[in-house]
Design a protein around this ligand. Sequence first.
Ligand code: SAH
Ligand code: SF4
Length: 462
Amino acid sequence: MGAAWDRPAPEATPLARPDAAGLDLPALRRLMESLGEPAWRGGQLFEGLYRQRWTAWERFTVLPKPLRARLAESVDLRGPEIVQSQPSEDGATKHVFQLADGKQIEGVFMPYVVRGSGLRPTPPEPPRPVQAEPAPGFAVRGAGLRPTPPEPPRPGQAEPAPGFAVRGSGLGPTPPEPPRPVQAEPAPGFAVRGAGLRPTPPDINTLDRVTLCLSSQVGCAMGCTFCATGQMGILRNLTAAEIVGQVVAMLNHHGHPADVPVNLVFMGMGEPLHNLDHLMAAFAILTDPKGLAIPPRRITVSTSGLVSGIERLGTYPKRPRLALSLNATTDEHRSRIMPVNRVWNLEALAEALGRFPLQSGERITLEYVLLKGLTDSLEDGRRLAAFARRFPSKVNLIPFNPHAGSGFEPPDEARIGALCRQLVEAGLTVSVRRSRGQDVGGACGQLVRSLRRGLPATEGED
Ligand code: SAH
Ligand code: SF4
């Protein structure tokens, strides 16, 4: 086939000095043995690195002092370094990471605060049989998410801030889906679920959860025409250490308390399934109860539709959840904006997703970037619904985030609302993702590094 994604992506050049940050347990045990220490000390390193998130050898007081001194002399503890942080008005922060070879990637920290909503329904409110129409502007309110009678708005709390979708459930046809006991589980991406969510995290200690958007590669081989990262081409895979390191660095930067749930979405730079080996090595560290202990169901990888990768992912007994960037409903349109569709078309994709071994209650998220005049017709909505019904799914509509030179535009609000309503009426679970960090170029598809100047890409920059 000869496509760039058909070949393995280039790998990082080996480091001149060993770096313990991001290594897995076997590697840390080997490291200890190479220093003449018992292998079990590798376990102490593992817990220090990932449970405690220590980033300096002097913090490892579990180790004898002379050993700490030897480690400080001969082993680095660096990981990807945050070299720039741009807070967005909506509370998200885009971070630029510098890697050991000088290349740069980006990640986004998205905090969520839930107040006075039914997001932690214990016990859940029973669904109401007749659901309100989604409000104009596609704010869909779900069952139990709104107190009855509505609480009078408290200052600064009444409505989700602009730029935040309200994600509801149970809007489908009767009988509505009963609310699941835990609705607070975030959907992949940037959407905020539930009424009364506040985007601005004034105080890290009041957070209900955080979502981190991570990169999986430097650049991307998939070449989607609407995506700024796609225009960079592929530079290289990230190592497992670099993937884990983004999480550690962002959590430390924001002083994240250990008891606030963390969600990870691989929706930054790169095609995660084009880097599956390192992704799954990182997944093992991220989910290890002695490490970062993030539950697998809180980790989502988003793919452009690399069927070979979807099939491989399905063979892992423990794996992240899957999101597919569908983005178009005819092969003609999809092949035009996503070259991968010329190899695995919509039918091949639907079949692969139908075969994907889901756990009970698990659904595949279908992300659908809305491109004005190209993928946003009501016919598209009809075909999207038909596609989504072929396997357990939920739909995430993403109005296109414009970036310089893309040539695409998002649809207007009325069209977004109409499509959302159409899908809800077709019985689907739908949300509209209002990308966070948009004003700092951190929204999906804007994660691109300027190769020439090493500066973050912002709107208006080529
Ligand atoms: N490569 C993976 C994950 C990274 S892209 C994938 O394509 O799924 C994450 C999401 O951002 C994808 O759903 C992609 O379709 C979407 N995206 C890319 N550029 C965008 C843009 N300019 N506006 C809105 N969404 C975009
Ligand atoms: Fe790569 Fe995803 Fe962008 Fe396509 S949309 S170019 S797969 S990052």
